[in-house]
Design a protein around this ligand. Structure first.
Ligand code: SF4
Ligand code: SF4
Length: 120
């Protein structure tokens, strides 16, 4: 009995379709609630820093004097909390694949604003 089960498993492994996807050559379909990357619309950001203070992973750094917003992609757990707290709708979760990271020095994405927009 156990031999039959093992035999079926072995045959399935040998002749079945691979369980893994050939990412990034073949891209899977996205599910409606798939969370990909956090993106910033820097022109809407007023550098209030709320997203940085609320990020549970410490992935975001904001500098108002430098008009700088940056995210460490290796720290981000894509919890979406920053998107929810941003009052200016500057942040969004994009459902797209990213190129696998081979160089850790490229883990930080930095965006600079042109002008600081103050709320009226
Ligand atoms: S992205 Fe939103 S919450 Fe974060 S600093 Fe900019 S305006 Fe503030
Ligand atoms: S999605 Fe979550 S972990 Fe990633 S930057 Fe936003 S708050 Fe931080």
């Amino acid at each position: 009995m156990a031999f039959n089960v093992i035999g079926k498993t072995v045959m399935k492994s040998l002749f079945g379709k691979p369980a893994t996807a050939m990412y990034p050559v073949i891209k899977n379909e996205f599910y409606p609630n798939t969370r990909g990357n956090i993106e910033v619309a820097i022109d809407k950001c007023n550098f209030c820093g709320l997203c940085s203070r609320r990020c549970p992973a410490g992935a975001i750094e904001v500098s108002k004097p430098d008009k700088k917003w940056e995210i460490d992609r290796t720290r981000c757990i894509v919890c979406n909390f920053c998107v929810q707290v941003c009052a200016r709708d500057s942040l969004s979760t994009q459902r797209h694949y990213t190129v696998p990271m081979t160089d850790k020095s490229k883990r930080i994405s930095t965006s600079y604003g042109q002008t600081v927009q103050e709320d009226a």
